[in-house]
Design a protein around this ligand. Structure first.
Ligand code: C5P
Length: 302
């Protein structure tokens, strides 16, 4: 018997980063949007744990040992439920690693729901969310999906109303960026006075209003990401990539999470397909993907 689950990538349509906390994390006020690019995780019986990773998102440096979040997810769920951590876990990656799209978090969330079914552990959604928060700041959102306001280090979620879907082109770079390195660069830029410090967490209200009842132009005008400046600083050519997206007709574009993926907002699905064709032709990105959001979080498929 095997169980397959999938979980979505995310874009932060607002990412306000506060000060560095004593625990090494930054206080966040973020609005997560789950988008239609999915990793799938298939689990089956095993003797101990084994993890395999395939797919174009795998890159080359996705580990298949305890460093992989799906391994840690399995150990956490097994300990929580009091069952042996026995499973084979096959991850099929469409979401590129180290891209600012929460691909590793999606894998962990999909592994939690798949193993819960395989092992018959029947953890509640609340219990799974608690385990997810221990795995990483974005994992609770990968489990929940949809649109949500994240606070704390991003793991505390509250629901957000989005009245209409939004359509995006994701411009994916050849090389990833390390999330901790981008946060460190933000701290460095702040200490040097080159960007505003984190004492005033930027408010998500404009994005929340635009999601509730605005046209794409209102959402585009409200997009913001405090990690964009440090991502530009570490990867100067990202500025040009972002400009390429707006020059080619995007309503607006921003860096997704800690980057380097560029998320370009369009008016509708046709416009997204046209924009993707132009950007693919220009060769600014390694790959482009047309996606929409919101979509549901981690779910068992079969
Ligand atoms: O929670 P997660 O393991 O995904 O975080 C990865 C790293 O990103 C953390 O170790 C920290 O350096 C940085 N981070 C942060 N503040 C957050 C979330 C992540 O500084 N709210």
């Amino acid at each position: 018997m095997t169980v397959t689950a999938r979980a979505p990538a995310k874009v932060n349509v607002h990412l306000g980063v506060g000060s560095l906390r004593a625990d090494g994390f930054h206080e966040l006020r973020t609005v997560y949007l789950a988008v239609s690019l999915f990793d799938t995780v298939t689990v089956g019986p095993g003797d101990g744990l084994s993890v395999s990773v395939t797919g174009e998102g795998a890159g080359g440096d996705v580990p298949t040992d305890r460093r992989n979040l799906v391994w840690q997810a399995a150990e956490l769920l097994a300990a929580h439920a009091g069952v042996p951590a026995d499973a084979t876990i096959a991850v099929a990656k469409n979401i590129p690693a180290a891209a600012g799209l929460a691909g590793g978090s999606a894998d962990a969330a999909a592994a939690l729901v798949a193993l819960d079914e395989l092992w018959g552990t029947r953890a509640s959604r609340g219990d799974l969310a608690g385990l997810a928060a221990r795995l990483g700041s974005d994992v609770p959102f990968s489990l929940a999906g949809g649109v949500a306001l994240g606070s704390g280090r991003g793991e505390q979620l509250s629901p957000v109303l989005a009245r209409r879907p939004s359509h995006w082109v994701l411009g994916i770079a050849a090389d990833g960026l390390s999330t901790p390195a981008v946060y460190r660069e933000l701290d460095r830029l702040r200490a040097a006075g080159r960007v505003a410090d984190g004492t005033d967490l930027s408010s998500p209200d404009a994005v929340l209003g635009a999601l509730r009842d605005g046209p794409p132009a209102a959402l585009g005008a409200a997009l913001s990401n405090d990690l964009q400046a440090p991502a530009f600083s570490l990867r100067p050519e990202l500025r040009r990539a972002l400009r390429a997206a707006t020059d080619a007709g995007a309503v607006a574009a921003l860096v997704s999470g800690s980057g380097p993926t560029v998320a370009a907002l369009t008016d509708d699905e046709d416009a997204a397909v046209r924009l993707a064709a132009v950007l693919a032709g220009e060769g600014v990105f390694r790959t482009v993907r047309v996606v929409h959001g919101p979509v549901p979080g981690a779910r068992v498929l079969s």
